[in-house]
Design a protein around this ligand. Structure first.
Ligand code: SRM
Ligand code: SF4
Length: 572
C-alpha cells in the first residue's frame, strides 16, 4: 500500500513510484529509440531521480517545442577533482551548450543536452567517478558543506562527514547503472524489479525532495536554516566535537497560496559525531513516513515540523536514532557568502576565490572564464570547489604558483584582485528562462544588467562600496534563496517582480514582501528613495537588510530577529 497522511488520494507521482520502485521506467528503451526526441511524462518524472530534467527551449516555443535536457551532477560539498573538472569541461562542450552552471547547492548543471547526448554525457560523468544519481527527485539531494579550506582541521572533518551522509542517503536502485553504464533496460516484469524495496526509502521513496547542509559557525555560507536537515558543527580546540541538529527549513512557495511558505529550520538538539548517520536517517524517515503524499505543494518536511512541532519531532528522531539529544550548544552565525582573491588555508597552501557571474562558467568576449579555468586546471592541477553562492574556489595551490595562475587568468580577462563590486559579488540568480519550465520571468539573463543599474544607483547615493545581498529568481520556488536575502526579487509574471526586504547577512532571518508586481524597468526607481534614505539615516555600519527590517518594515531589530530562529540566542 502507498502511505498517505490523509484519506485523500495520493498523487500520480506516488502511483508511478509504487508501480516501478526501481525508477527505471522505460527510459533505456526510449533512449535507444531514434524515432523520438523526448520521453513520456512518467519517464520524465523517473529521469529526475537520475539527475535529468526534460526541458524545452522556451525562446523557441513559437516554432514548436524543441526538447532539451538539463543534467545535474551531485558533488557533496562542491568538491571536484582536477580530473573531474577537465572531464566536465569537455563533456559540456561535446554534449551541452558549452557552459557549466554552478548551482546554489554546489552542483554542476549541463544545459542544452539533446536526447542523443544523454548516454555519452552520463557515461562520461560516471567514468570521471562522479554521479548524477539522486541529484533531483523525491530523495536526498546534493549535500552542502563549507567549501573553504578552514583555518583548522574542522573544515576537512565536516567535508568528510558530508560525504558520509551523502553516501548513506543514496538510493540503492540498480536502474541507474543498468541504463547509463550498461545501456540496458531493466525487465519491469521481473519480480525482483517489481518488488524492489529500497532499504532506506522503501517502495515509494520520499513524498518530495529532501535537502541536507553542514555549516561551521560563524560562517553560514550554506544558508543552513533553509534546509530540511542541517548540521551545525561545534568545535573545540580545532576539532569538531559534535553537531547541533536543525530541521524543517525550506523556501518554496506559490504566489497567492498562503498554505505554502518559506520556513527556517528549528533547532532540535545536540549530538556527537558517532550518531551522525543514524540521526540523518532518522530525520529522513520522519519525512518518509509523515510527509504529505496527497499534495506535492504540501509535501516537504517543513510542513511536518510546522504542524507537529519541534518537541514531537525531537521525540521521533530520538526514538528512531536510538539516542537522547542533548540541549543545543551555543553558536553564532555572523555572515553568509564567499570570500574572494588569494587566501591561505590551515595547511599553508593557497586557495583562490573566484566570482562567477550567476554561476555560469562560459566564454564571452573579453572574459573567457571557461577556457581560463581549463588551462589553469590542466597546467596547475588545483582542486576545484563549488560554493553555495554559485562561485568557485581553486584549492591546494602551491603559494609559489600564485603569480603564474593569476597571469594565465588575466590573459583571458579574468581578474583576481577586484573581481566585481561588493553588491555583485554578494548576488545570486536562478537560471529561469529559457530552460526552466516553471519560470514566470527572467532571472539569470536579467541579473547582470540589473546589477549594473543597481551599482549606478548605489554610487549616486554614496554607497558605491556597499555590500547588499541581492538574490533574484524567476518564480516563487526560491532556487537562489531570495527569501533570506537583504533584497529579494521574485518573478511574478513576465517582466514583473515582487520585492522582498529585510533578510540579514547571517542568513538567519527571512525577509518580507515590500512591493508587488513591480515592472522590471521600475525596479531601480522603486529602490532609489529607500537606498537614499538608508545612506542618510543608517546607524553606524548598519546593513541595508537590518535597516529595512527596523525602519521600512516597521519592526525593531529584536522583533525582526524573532521572525526566524535567531542564531544569536539559540534554544533547544
Ligand atoms: Fe530549484 C525546481 C533550479 C536550488 C526550490 N529548480 C527547479 C527546476 C528543476 C525546475 C523544474 O522543476 O522544472 C529548476 C531547473 C532550472 C534550470 O533550467 O536549470 C531548478 N534549483 C535550481 C538551481 C539550479 C538554481 C540555481 O540557481 O543554482 C539549484 C540546483 C541546486 C542543486 O544543485 O541541487 C536549485 N531549488 C533550489 C533551492 C535552493 C537550495 O536548495 O538551497 C530551492 C529552495 C529551497 C527549497 O528547496 O525549499 C529550490 N526548485 C525549488 C522548487 C520549490 C520546491 C518547493 O518546496 O516548493 C522547485 C519546484 C518543484 O520542486 O516542484 C524547484
Ligand atoms: Fe525555475 Fe523558479 Fe527555480 Fe528560477 S526559482 S530556476 S524560475 S523553478
Amino acid at each position: 500500500m502507498i502511505a498517505a497522511s490523509s484519506e485523500s488520494k495520493v498523487t500520480h507521482n506516488e502511483e508511478i513510484k509504487y508501480a516501478c520502485p526501481t525508477l527505471a521506467g522505460t527510459i533505456a528503451r526510449t533512449l535507444a529509440d531514434p524515432a523520438t526526441d523526448r520521453f513520456s511524462e512518467d519517464d520524465a518524472q523517473f529521469l529526475k531521480f537520475h539527475g535529468i530534467y526534460q526541458q524545452d527551449d522556451r525562446d523557441k516555443r513559437k516554432t514548436g517545442k524543441q526538447y532539451l535536457f538539463m543534467v545535474r551532477g551531485r558533488l557533496p560539498g562542491g568538491v571536484v577533482t582536477p580530473e573531474q573538472y577537465l572531464a566536465f569541461d569537455r563533456l559540456a562542450q561535446q554534449h551541452g551548450n558549452n557552459t557549466l552552471r554552478i548551482t546554489s547547492r554546489q552542483g554542476f548543471q549541463f544545459h542544452g543536452v539533446v536526447k542523443l547526448g544523454l548516454g555519452p554525457l552520463l557515461r562520461g560523468i560516471h567514468e570521471s567517478l562522479a554521479t548524477t544519481l539522486a541529484a533531483c527527485g523525491d530523495v536526498n539531494r546534493n549535500v552542502m558543506a563549507p567549501p573553504t579550506p578552514a583555518r583548522d582541521a574542522v573544515g576537512a572533518q565536516v567535508l568528510a562527514d558530508a560525504k558520509r551522509v551523502s553516501d548513506a542517503l543514496l538510493p540503492q536502485t540498480r536502474a541507474y547503472h543498468s541504463i547509463w553504464v550498461e545501456g540496458t533496460q531493466l525487465d519491469l516484469g521481473d519480480p525482483a524489479n517489481l518488488d524492489f524495496t529500497d532499504p532506506l526509502y522503501g517502495k515509494t521513496y520520499l513524498p518530495r525532495k529532501f535537502k541536507v547542509a553542514f555549516a561551521i559557525p560563524p560562517l553560514n555560507d550554506v544558508d543552513l536554516l533553509t534546509n530540511c536537515l542541517g548540521f551545525i558543527a561545534i568545535a573545540e580546540d580545532g576539532q569538531r566535537v559534535g553537531y547541533n541538529l536543525a530541521a524543517g527549513g525550506g523556501l518554496g512557495m506559490s504566489h497567492g497560496n498562503a498554505a505554502t511558505f518559506p520556513r527556517l529550520a528549528d533547532l532540535i538538539g545536540y549530538f556527537t559525531p558517532e550518531h551522525l548517520i543514524p540521526v540523518a536517517q532518522a530525520v529522513l524517515t520522519v519525512h518518509r513516513d509523515f510527509g504529505d503524499r496527497t499534495n506535492r505543494r504540501h509535501a516537504r518536511l517543513k510542513y511536518v515540523l510546522a504542524e507537529k512541532g519541534a518537541d514531537w519531532f525531537r521525540a521521533e528522531v530520538e526514538q528512531r536514532a536510538g539516542i537522547r539529544l542533548e540541549a543545543v550548544r551555543p553558536f553564532e552565525f555572523t555572515r553568509q557568502g564567499d570570500s574572494f582573491g588569494w587566501q591561505t588555508g590551515h595547511d599553508g597552501q593557497s586557495f583562490l576565490g573566484l566570482y562567477v557571474e550567476t554561476g555560469r562558467i562560459r566564454d564571452v568576449p573579453g572574459h573567457a572564464l571557461k577556457t581560463a579555468l581549463r588551462q589553469v586546471v590542466e597546467q596547475f592541477h588545483p582542486e576545484v570547489r563549488l560554493t553555495p553562492s554559485q562561485n568557485l574556489l581553486l584549492t591546494r595551490v602551491d603559494p609559489a604558483q600564485q603569480t603564474a595562475i593569476a597571469t594565465l587568468l588575466a590573459e583571458h580577462g579574468v581578474g583576481v584582485d577586484r573581481q566585481a563590486s561588493a553588491v555583485r559579488r554578494a548576488s545570486m540568480a536562478c537560471p529561469a528562462l529559457p530552460t526552466c519550465g516553471l519560470a514566470l520571468a527572467e532571472s539569470e539573463r536579467l541579473m547582470p544588467d540589473l546589477l549594473t543599474r543597481l551599482e549606478e544607483l548605489l554610487s549616486e547615493v554614496g554607497l558605491a562600496d556597499e555590500e547588499i545581498v541581492v538574490r533574484l529568481t524567476g518564480c516563487p520556488n526560491g532556487c537562489a534563496r531570495p527569501y533570506n536575502a537583504e533584497l529579494g526579487l521574485v518573478g511574478k509574471a513576465p517582466g514583473k517582480y515582487q520585492i522582498y526586504l529585510g533578510g540579514n547577512v547571517a542568513s538567519t532571518r527571512l525577509n518580507r514582501l515590500f512591493r508587488e508586481s513591480v515592472k522590471e524597468a521600475d525596479l531601480v526607481a522603486e529602490l532609489r528613495p529607500l537606498l537614499a534614505q538608508f545612506a542618510r539615516e543608517r546607524v553606524g555600519q548598519e546593513r541595508f537588510g537590518d535597516w529595512c527590517a527596523r525602519v521600512v518594515l516597521g519592526e525593531s531589530a529584536t522583533q525582526a530577529r524573532a521572525a526566524g530562529p535567531d542564531a544569536a540566542s539559540p534554544s533547544a
